[in-house]
Design a protein around this ligand. Structure first.
Ligand SMILES: Cc1cc2nc3c(=O)[nH]c(=O)nc-3n(C[C@H](O)[C@H](O)[C@H](O)COP(=O)(O)OP(=O)(O)OC[C@H]3O[C@@H](n4cnc5c(N)ncnc54)[C@H](O)[C@@H]3O)c2cc1C
Length: 429
Protein backbone atom coordinates (compact mmCIF):
# COMPACT_ATOMS: atom_id res chain seq x y z
CA UNK A 1 0.00 0.00 0.00
CA UNK A 2 1.39 3.45 -0.94
CA UNK A 3 1.57 6.51 1.25
CA UNK A 4 -1.82 8.11 2.04
CA UNK A 5 -2.22 11.26 -0.05
CA UNK A 6 -5.86 12.23 0.44
CA UNK A 7 -7.44 14.00 3.37
CA UNK A 8 -10.23 16.40 4.29
CA UNK A 9 -7.67 19.17 4.71
CA UNK A 10 -4.01 19.51 3.69
CA UNK A 11 -1.99 22.00 5.76
CA UNK A 12 1.26 23.35 4.31
CA UNK A 13 3.77 24.08 7.09
CA UNK A 14 3.78 23.07 10.76
CA UNK A 15 4.84 26.31 12.45
CA UNK A 16 2.47 27.83 15.05
CA UNK A 17 -0.23 28.51 12.44
CA UNK A 18 -0.05 25.11 10.74
CA UNK A 19 0.18 22.99 13.87
CA UNK A 20 -2.56 24.96 15.62
CA UNK A 21 -5.02 24.54 12.75
CA UNK A 22 -4.06 20.86 12.40
CA UNK A 23 -4.77 20.42 16.13
CA UNK A 24 -8.16 22.17 16.02
CA UNK A 25 -9.26 20.27 12.93
CA UNK A 26 -8.15 16.88 14.22
CA UNK A 27 -9.97 17.57 17.49
CA UNK A 28 -13.11 18.23 15.45
CA UNK A 29 -12.73 14.88 13.72
CA UNK A 30 -11.30 16.08 10.40
CA UNK A 31 -8.85 13.89 8.55
CA UNK A 32 -5.90 16.30 8.30
CA UNK A 33 -2.40 15.96 6.89
CA UNK A 34 0.19 18.67 7.64
CA UNK A 35 3.29 18.71 5.44
CA UNK A 36 6.38 20.30 6.98
CA UNK A 37 9.60 20.65 5.03
CA UNK A 38 11.91 20.55 8.07
CA UNK A 39 12.33 18.07 10.89
CA UNK A 40 11.70 18.90 14.54
CA UNK A 41 13.29 20.14 16.64
CA UNK A 42 14.51 22.82 14.26
CA UNK A 43 15.56 26.42 14.75
CA UNK A 44 13.29 29.25 13.60
CA UNK A 45 14.50 32.84 13.51
CA UNK A 46 12.29 34.54 16.09
CA UNK A 47 12.37 36.46 19.36
CA UNK A 48 10.75 33.51 21.19
CA UNK A 49 8.57 35.95 23.15
CA UNK A 50 4.88 35.44 23.89
CA UNK A 51 2.56 38.15 25.22
CA UNK A 52 -0.63 37.38 27.20
CA UNK A 53 -2.48 37.33 23.86
CA UNK A 54 -0.35 34.37 22.74
CA UNK A 55 -0.72 32.67 26.14
CA UNK A 56 -4.48 32.95 25.75
CA UNK A 57 -4.24 31.16 22.38
CA UNK A 58 -2.13 28.41 23.99
CA UNK A 59 -4.81 28.01 26.65
CA UNK A 60 -7.48 27.70 23.96
CA UNK A 61 -5.30 25.03 22.36
CA UNK A 62 -5.11 23.18 25.71
CA UNK A 63 -1.32 23.10 25.45
CA UNK A 64 0.27 22.80 28.90
CA UNK A 65 3.09 25.29 29.58
CA UNK A 66 4.83 24.11 32.79
CA UNK A 67 7.91 25.97 33.92
CA UNK A 68 9.88 22.75 34.44
CA UNK A 69 9.52 22.09 30.71
CA UNK A 70 11.23 25.37 29.85
CA UNK A 71 8.30 27.80 29.64
CA UNK A 72 9.54 30.95 31.40
CA UNK A 73 6.82 33.37 32.50
CA UNK A 74 7.15 37.13 32.23
CA UNK A 75 5.05 39.54 34.23
CA UNK A 76 5.37 42.58 32.03
CA UNK A 77 7.44 44.69 29.73
CA UNK A 78 10.30 46.91 30.79
CA UNK A 79 10.75 49.77 28.33
CA UNK A 80 14.10 51.51 28.08
CA UNK A 81 14.73 54.69 26.10
CA UNK A 82 15.28 58.44 26.21
CA UNK A 83 16.99 58.13 29.59
CA UNK A 84 13.98 56.28 31.08
CA UNK A 85 13.60 52.71 32.34
CA UNK A 86 10.00 51.89 33.17
CA UNK A 87 8.18 48.68 34.01
CA UNK A 88 4.67 47.99 32.73
CA UNK A 89 3.17 44.87 34.27
CA UNK A 90 0.64 42.87 32.29
CA UNK A 91 -2.68 43.65 33.90
CA UNK A 92 -5.14 41.22 35.37
CA UNK A 93 -7.90 41.22 32.73
CA UNK A 94 -11.02 39.28 31.99
CA UNK A 95 -10.00 38.35 28.45
CA UNK A 96 -6.27 37.69 28.93
CA UNK A 97 -3.99 36.07 31.49
CA UNK A 98 -1.69 38.42 33.42
CA UNK A 99 1.55 36.88 32.17
CA UNK A 100 3.50 36.18 28.99
CA UNK A 101 5.92 33.33 28.28
CA UNK A 102 9.18 32.58 26.50
CA UNK A 103 10.34 29.34 24.96
CA UNK A 104 12.79 28.77 22.11
CA UNK A 105 11.01 28.19 18.82
CA UNK A 106 12.96 24.95 18.43
CA UNK A 107 11.02 23.64 21.45
CA UNK A 108 7.80 25.59 20.93
CA UNK A 109 7.16 24.42 17.37
CA UNK A 110 8.10 20.84 18.23
CA UNK A 111 5.67 20.78 21.18
CA UNK A 112 2.85 22.24 19.12
CA UNK A 113 3.40 19.74 16.31
CA UNK A 114 3.34 16.87 18.85
CA UNK A 115 0.20 18.37 20.35
CA UNK A 116 -1.46 18.32 16.92
CA UNK A 117 -0.40 14.69 16.54
CA UNK A 118 -1.82 13.83 19.94
CA UNK A 119 -5.23 15.04 18.69
CA UNK A 120 -4.95 12.78 15.62
CA UNK A 121 -3.40 15.07 12.99
CA UNK A 122 -1.02 13.38 10.58
CA UNK A 123 1.98 15.75 10.76
CA UNK A 124 4.58 14.67 8.22
CA UNK A 125 8.06 16.09 8.62
CA UNK A 126 10.51 16.18 5.74
CA UNK A 127 7.98 17.04 3.02
CA UNK A 128 8.65 20.12 0.90
CA UNK A 129 5.53 21.42 -0.81
CA UNK A 130 6.46 22.55 -4.30
CA UNK A 131 3.17 24.10 -5.42
CA UNK A 132 -0.59 23.92 -5.47
CA UNK A 133 -2.78 21.82 -7.75
CA UNK A 134 -5.85 23.45 -9.34
CA UNK A 135 -8.90 22.18 -11.08
CA UNK A 136 -8.40 22.93 -14.77
CA UNK A 137 -11.95 24.04 -15.35
CA UNK A 138 -12.76 26.02 -12.20
CA UNK A 139 -9.30 27.10 -11.03
CA UNK A 140 -10.17 25.88 -7.54
CA UNK A 141 -7.24 24.66 -5.44
CA UNK A 142 -7.62 20.90 -4.99
CA UNK A 143 -4.30 19.87 -3.50
CA UNK A 144 -0.54 20.33 -3.52
CA UNK A 145 2.53 18.70 -4.94
CA UNK A 146 5.36 17.77 -2.59
CA UNK A 147 8.72 16.10 -2.50
CA UNK A 148 10.29 14.26 0.39
CA UNK A 149 13.48 15.80 1.80
CA UNK A 150 16.49 14.03 3.27
CA UNK A 151 18.20 14.81 6.59
CA UNK A 152 20.00 17.75 4.97
CA UNK A 153 16.79 19.23 3.58
CA UNK A 154 17.56 18.21 -0.03
CA UNK A 155 14.56 17.18 -2.09
CA UNK A 156 14.62 13.52 -2.99
CA UNK A 157 12.41 11.13 -4.94
CA UNK A 158 9.42 11.78 -7.13
CA UNK A 159 6.88 14.51 -6.76
CA UNK A 160 3.76 13.33 -4.92
CA UNK A 161 0.32 14.88 -5.32
CA UNK A 162 -1.74 15.36 -2.15
CA UNK A 163 -5.45 16.04 -2.64
CA UNK A 164 -8.08 17.61 -0.40
CA UNK A 165 -11.16 19.80 -0.82
CA UNK A 166 -9.36 22.45 1.27
CA UNK A 167 -5.70 23.43 1.45
CA UNK A 168 -4.39 25.70 4.20
CA UNK A 169 -1.24 27.66 3.42
CA UNK A 170 0.61 28.10 6.73
CA UNK A 171 4.01 28.24 5.05
CA UNK A 172 5.21 31.45 6.68
CA UNK A 173 6.71 34.58 5.18
CA UNK A 174 7.96 32.75 2.07
CA UNK A 175 4.27 32.24 1.15
CA UNK A 176 5.22 29.87 -1.64
CA UNK A 177 1.70 28.56 -2.16
CA UNK A 178 0.08 32.00 -2.37
CA UNK A 179 2.84 33.38 -4.57
CA UNK A 180 2.47 30.42 -6.91
CA UNK A 181 -1.12 31.54 -7.40
CA UNK A 182 -0.04 35.09 -8.21
CA UNK A 183 -0.94 36.50 -4.79
CA UNK A 184 1.77 39.12 -4.37
CA UNK A 185 2.26 41.07 -1.16
CA UNK A 186 0.63 44.51 -1.08
CA UNK A 187 3.10 47.38 -1.28
CA UNK A 188 1.08 49.73 0.92
CA UNK A 189 1.64 47.64 4.06
CA UNK A 190 4.47 47.77 6.58
CA UNK A 191 7.17 45.10 6.66
CA UNK A 192 9.66 44.51 9.41
CA UNK A 193 13.19 43.19 9.23
CA UNK A 194 14.70 41.73 12.37
CA UNK A 195 17.86 39.91 13.43
CA UNK A 196 18.51 37.91 16.57
CA UNK A 197 20.84 35.55 18.34
CA UNK A 198 21.27 34.04 21.81
CA UNK A 199 23.74 35.28 24.44
CA UNK A 200 24.64 33.82 27.80
CA UNK A 201 23.57 36.19 30.58
CA UNK A 202 23.50 35.97 34.39
CA UNK A 203 19.98 37.47 34.16
CA UNK A 204 18.69 34.54 32.09
CA UNK A 205 15.86 33.71 34.50
CA UNK A 206 14.55 37.23 35.00
CA UNK A 207 10.77 37.22 34.54
CA UNK A 208 10.44 40.40 32.48
CA UNK A 209 10.64 41.16 28.78
CA UNK A 210 12.78 44.17 27.99
CA UNK A 211 12.41 46.47 24.99
CA UNK A 212 14.82 49.26 23.97
CA UNK A 213 13.10 51.99 22.02
CA UNK A 214 16.12 54.07 21.02
CA UNK A 215 17.90 52.46 18.09
CA UNK A 216 20.17 55.00 16.39
CA UNK A 217 21.30 54.87 12.77
CA UNK A 218 24.73 56.23 13.77
CA UNK A 219 26.33 57.62 16.89
CA UNK A 220 23.90 57.31 19.85
CA UNK A 221 22.30 60.65 20.66
CA UNK A 222 23.76 62.34 17.59
CA UNK A 223 22.07 60.51 14.71
CA UNK A 224 18.51 59.61 13.75
CA UNK A 225 16.23 57.39 15.79
CA UNK A 226 15.03 54.42 13.74
CA UNK A 227 11.47 53.08 13.77
CA UNK A 228 12.01 49.87 15.66
CA UNK A 229 13.25 48.40 18.90
CA UNK A 230 15.71 46.00 20.44
CA UNK A 231 14.63 43.20 22.77
CA UNK A 232 15.98 40.93 25.47
CA UNK A 233 13.75 37.96 26.21
CA UNK A 234 15.28 35.77 28.96
CA UNK A 235 14.93 32.02 28.39
CA UNK A 236 15.85 30.60 31.79
CA UNK A 237 18.40 28.19 30.32
CA UNK A 238 21.47 30.37 30.86
CA UNK A 239 20.68 32.46 27.79
CA UNK A 240 18.42 35.22 26.50
CA UNK A 241 17.11 35.79 23.00
CA UNK A 242 18.46 39.20 22.01
CA UNK A 243 17.46 40.90 18.80
CA UNK A 244 16.58 44.08 17.00
CA UNK A 245 14.06 44.95 14.33
CA UNK A 246 13.02 47.94 12.24
CA UNK A 247 9.91 48.79 10.32
CA UNK A 248 9.41 50.03 6.76
CA UNK A 249 5.96 51.65 6.45
CA UNK A 250 5.38 50.47 2.87
CA UNK A 251 7.60 47.41 2.83
CA UNK A 252 10.26 49.07 0.67
CA UNK A 253 13.81 47.89 1.52
CA UNK A 254 15.32 50.30 4.05
CA UNK A 255 18.92 49.67 3.01
CA UNK A 256 19.85 49.42 6.70
CA UNK A 257 22.66 47.15 7.83
CA UNK A 258 20.73 45.32 10.56
CA UNK A 259 23.67 43.19 11.65
CA UNK A 260 25.80 46.31 12.06
CA UNK A 261 23.02 48.09 13.99
CA UNK A 262 22.58 45.04 16.19
CA UNK A 263 26.28 44.77 16.95
CA UNK A 264 26.48 48.49 17.86
CA UNK A 265 23.40 48.29 20.09
CA UNK A 266 24.59 45.19 21.95
CA UNK A 267 28.01 46.78 22.55
CA UNK A 268 26.69 50.19 23.63
CA UNK A 269 23.47 49.45 25.48
CA UNK A 270 23.49 46.01 27.10
CA UNK A 271 26.25 46.40 29.69
CA UNK A 272 23.90 45.61 32.57
CA UNK A 273 22.93 42.26 31.03
CA UNK A 274 26.48 40.95 31.37
CA UNK A 275 26.62 39.63 27.81
CA UNK A 276 29.87 39.23 25.91
CA UNK A 277 29.16 40.89 22.53
CA UNK A 278 31.92 38.83 20.93
CA UNK A 279 30.51 35.48 22.03
CA UNK A 280 26.95 34.93 20.89
CA UNK A 281 25.81 31.35 21.44
CA UNK A 282 24.71 31.04 17.81
CA UNK A 283 24.93 32.92 14.52
CA UNK A 284 23.10 36.23 14.16
CA UNK A 285 20.23 35.44 11.80
CA UNK A 286 17.51 37.61 10.34
CA UNK A 287 14.25 37.49 8.41
CA UNK A 288 11.47 39.66 7.03
CA UNK A 289 8.26 40.11 9.03
CA UNK A 290 5.03 40.50 6.99
CA UNK A 291 2.55 42.83 8.67
CA UNK A 292 -0.96 44.27 8.68
CA UNK A 293 -2.54 41.71 6.31
CA UNK A 294 -0.04 42.40 3.55
CA UNK A 295 -1.24 39.42 1.50
CA UNK A 296 -4.92 39.11 0.64
CA UNK A 297 -7.49 37.78 0.16
CA UNK A 298 -7.17 35.28 2.98
CA UNK A 299 -9.46 32.90 1.14
CA UNK A 300 -9.57 31.98 -2.55
CA UNK A 301 -11.58 28.95 -3.70
CA UNK A 302 -10.05 25.89 -2.04
CA UNK A 303 -7.26 27.78 -0.22
CA UNK A 304 -7.04 29.56 3.14
CA UNK A 305 -4.06 31.65 4.25
CA UNK A 306 -3.09 31.42 7.91
CA UNK A 307 -0.40 33.33 9.85
CA UNK A 308 2.58 34.91 8.12
CA UNK A 309 1.52 33.66 4.70
CA UNK A 310 -1.39 36.12 5.02
CA UNK A 311 0.85 38.86 6.49
CA UNK A 312 -0.74 38.67 9.92
CA UNK A 313 2.01 40.12 12.13
CA UNK A 314 1.18 43.18 14.25
CA UNK A 315 2.85 46.36 12.97
CA UNK A 316 2.82 47.68 16.54
CA UNK A 317 5.26 45.17 18.00
CA UNK A 318 6.27 42.52 15.45
CA UNK A 319 4.33 39.81 17.26
CA UNK A 320 3.12 37.08 14.94
CA UNK A 321 2.80 33.83 16.87
CA UNK A 322 -0.42 34.84 18.63
CA UNK A 323 -2.00 35.92 15.34
CA UNK A 324 -0.90 32.76 13.53
CA UNK A 325 -2.68 30.71 16.21
CA UNK A 326 -5.66 33.10 16.19
CA UNK A 327 -6.11 32.75 12.43
CA UNK A 328 -5.72 28.97 12.79
CA UNK A 329 -8.59 28.97 15.27
CA UNK A 330 -10.77 31.05 12.96
CA UNK A 331 -9.92 28.87 9.94
CA UNK A 332 -10.92 25.75 11.88
CA UNK A 333 -14.22 27.38 12.93
CA UNK A 334 -14.96 28.19 9.28
CA UNK A 335 -14.22 24.61 8.29
CA UNK A 336 -16.63 23.26 10.91
CA UNK A 337 -19.33 25.52 9.39
CA UNK A 338 -18.32 24.35 5.92
CA UNK A 339 -18.76 20.71 6.91
CA UNK A 340 -22.17 21.40 8.41
CA UNK A 341 -23.52 23.63 5.61
CA UNK A 342 -26.39 22.10 3.61
CA UNK A 343 -25.61 23.32 0.07
CA UNK A 344 -22.59 24.02 -2.14
CA UNK A 345 -23.33 27.75 -1.97
CA UNK A 346 -23.59 27.72 1.82
CA UNK A 347 -20.38 25.71 2.04
CA UNK A 348 -18.47 28.23 -0.05
CA UNK A 349 -19.96 31.11 1.96
CA UNK A 350 -18.71 29.44 5.17
CA UNK A 351 -15.18 29.40 3.80
CA UNK A 352 -15.34 32.96 2.52
CA UNK A 353 -16.53 34.03 5.96
CA UNK A 354 -13.05 33.22 7.28
CA UNK A 355 -11.54 36.20 5.44
CA UNK A 356 -14.33 38.47 6.72
CA UNK A 357 -13.88 37.19 10.27
CA UNK A 358 -10.16 37.96 10.24
CA UNK A 359 -10.92 41.48 9.06
CA UNK A 360 -13.53 41.90 11.80
CA UNK A 361 -11.11 40.64 14.43
CA UNK A 362 -7.98 42.52 13.42
CA UNK A 363 -8.59 44.77 10.41
CA UNK A 364 -9.27 47.94 12.42
CA UNK A 365 -6.29 47.35 14.70
CA UNK A 366 -4.01 46.76 11.73
CA UNK A 367 -5.28 49.91 10.00
CA UNK A 368 -4.25 51.85 13.12
CA UNK A 369 -0.94 50.00 12.93
CA UNK A 370 -0.37 51.25 9.41
CA UNK A 371 -0.82 54.84 10.61
CA UNK A 372 1.51 54.10 13.52
CA UNK A 373 4.14 52.73 11.11
CA UNK A 374 3.91 55.87 8.94
CA UNK A 375 4.27 58.13 11.98
CA UNK A 376 7.25 56.46 13.63
CA UNK A 377 9.10 56.38 10.31
CA UNK A 378 9.80 60.08 11.06
CA UNK A 379 12.76 60.29 13.46
CA UNK A 380 11.30 63.44 15.05
CA UNK A 381 8.14 61.54 16.04
CA UNK A 382 10.18 58.73 17.60
CA UNK A 383 12.15 61.34 19.54
CA UNK A 384 9.05 63.08 20.86
CA UNK A 385 7.48 59.74 21.84
CA UNK A 386 10.49 58.48 23.77
CA UNK A 387 11.34 61.85 25.34
CA UNK A 388 7.87 63.08 26.32
CA UNK A 389 5.63 60.00 26.13
CA UNK A 390 7.59 57.45 28.16
CA UNK A 391 7.63 59.38 31.46
CA UNK A 392 3.86 60.04 31.41
CA UNK A 393 2.02 57.17 33.14
CA UNK A 394 -1.39 57.77 31.54
CA UNK A 395 0.15 57.93 28.04
CA UNK A 396 2.12 54.77 28.69
CA UNK A 397 -0.84 52.93 30.23
CA UNK A 398 -2.62 53.38 26.90
CA UNK A 399 0.51 52.82 24.77
CA UNK A 400 1.25 49.55 26.54
CA UNK A 401 -2.23 48.23 25.69
CA UNK A 402 -1.95 49.56 22.15
CA UNK A 403 1.45 47.99 21.43
CA UNK A 404 0.71 44.64 23.05
CA UNK A 405 -2.90 44.37 21.82
CA UNK A 406 -4.16 43.21 25.20
CA UNK A 407 -7.17 45.41 25.81
CA UNK A 408 -10.62 44.43 27.01
CA UNK A 409 -12.92 44.44 23.92
CA UNK A 410 -15.92 45.35 26.08
CA UNK A 411 -15.78 47.17 29.39
CA UNK A 412 -12.42 47.63 31.10
CA UNK A 413 -10.96 51.04 31.95
CA UNK A 414 -10.70 54.24 29.88
CA UNK A 415 -7.72 52.90 27.91
CA UNK A 416 -9.59 49.70 27.01
CA UNK A 417 -12.62 51.69 25.91
CA UNK A 418 -10.50 54.08 23.84
CA UNK A 419 -8.68 51.17 22.18
CA UNK A 420 -11.88 49.35 21.42
CA UNK A 421 -13.50 52.49 19.94
CA UNK A 422 -10.47 53.29 17.80
CA UNK A 423 -10.26 49.77 16.39
CA UNK A 424 -13.99 49.85 15.59
CA UNK A 425 -13.94 53.20 13.79
CA UNK A 426 -10.71 52.48 11.87
CA UNK A 427 -11.70 50.98 8.51
CA UNK A 428 -10.58 47.36 8.13
CA UNK A 429 -8.62 47.01 4.89
C1 LIG B 1 13.74 37.98 14.04
C2 LIG B 1 12.27 37.75 14.31
C3 LIG B 1 11.80 37.85 15.60
C4 LIG B 1 10.45 37.62 15.88
N1 LIG B 1 10.06 37.63 17.19
C5 LIG B 1 8.79 37.30 17.51
C6 LIG B 1 8.40 37.19 18.87
O1 LIG B 1 9.21 37.34 19.79
N2 LIG B 1 7.11 36.88 19.13
C7 LIG B 1 6.20 36.68 18.14
O2 LIG B 1 5.02 36.43 18.44
N3 LIG B 1 6.55 36.75 16.84
C8 LIG B 1 7.82 37.03 16.49
N4 LIG B 1 8.20 37.05 15.17
C9 LIG B 1 7.21 36.70 14.14
C10 LIG B 1 6.97 35.18 14.15
O3 LIG B 1 8.18 34.50 14.02
C11 LIG B 1 6.01 34.76 13.01
O4 LIG B 1 4.95 35.66 12.92
C12 LIG B 1 5.45 33.34 13.25
O5 LIG B 1 6.49 32.39 13.20
C13 LIG B 1 4.38 33.01 12.20
O6 LIG B 1 3.98 31.67 12.30
P1 LIG B 1 3.51 30.85 11.00
O7 LIG B 1 3.08 29.52 11.49
O8 LIG B 1 2.59 31.67 10.20
O9 LIG B 1 4.84 30.73 10.10
P2 LIG B 1 6.22 30.04 10.43
O10 LIG B 1 6.51 30.06 11.87
O11 LIG B 1 7.21 30.67 9.52
O12 LIG B 1 6.01 28.53 10.01
C14 LIG B 1 5.94 28.15 8.65
C15 LIG B 1 6.31 26.70 8.55
O13 LIG B 1 6.12 26.27 7.22
C16 LIG B 1 7.23 25.50 6.81
N5 LIG B 1 7.31 25.64 5.35
C17 LIG B 1 7.61 26.75 4.66
N6 LIG B 1 7.58 26.50 3.34
C18 LIG B 1 7.24 25.20 3.22
C19 LIG B 1 7.07 24.35 2.09
N7 LIG B 1 7.22 24.80 0.84
N8 LIG B 1 6.71 23.05 2.31
C20 LIG B 1 6.56 22.58 3.58
N9 LIG B 1 6.74 23.35 4.67
C21 LIG B 1 7.07 24.64 4.49
C22 LIG B 1 8.40 26.10 7.54
O14 LIG B 1 9.48 25.19 7.65
C23 LIG B 1 7.77 26.43 8.89
O15 LIG B 1 7.87 25.38 9.80
C24 LIG B 1 9.55 37.31 14.84
C25 LIG B 1 10.02 37.22 13.53
C26 LIG B 1 11.36 37.43 13.25
C27 LIG B 1 11.87 37.31 11.84
Amino acid sequence: MGVKTQADVIVVGAGPGGSAVAYYLAREGFDVIALEKSRFPREKVCGDGLTPRAVKELQLLDLPTPRDEGWIPNWGLRMVGGGHRLEFPWHEQESYPDYGLSLTRANFDHRLAEHARSAGADVREGWFVTGSVRDELTGRVTGVTAKATDEKGRKVGDEVTYSAPIVIAADGVSARIALGLGMERMDNRPMGVAVRTYFETPRHDEEWMEGHLTIWDGEPGKSNLLPGYGWIFPLGDGTANIGLGTLSPNGAPSGLDHRGLFDGWVRNSLGDWGVDPDSPVSKVQGAAIPMAFNRQPHYVPGLMLVGDSGGMVSPFNGEGIAYAMHSARRAAEALVNWREAPTDGAREAALEAYAGQMKDDLGGYYSLGRVFAELIAHPAVMKICTKYGLPRPFVMHFTHKLLADVYEPTGGDWADRLMSTLTKVAPAA
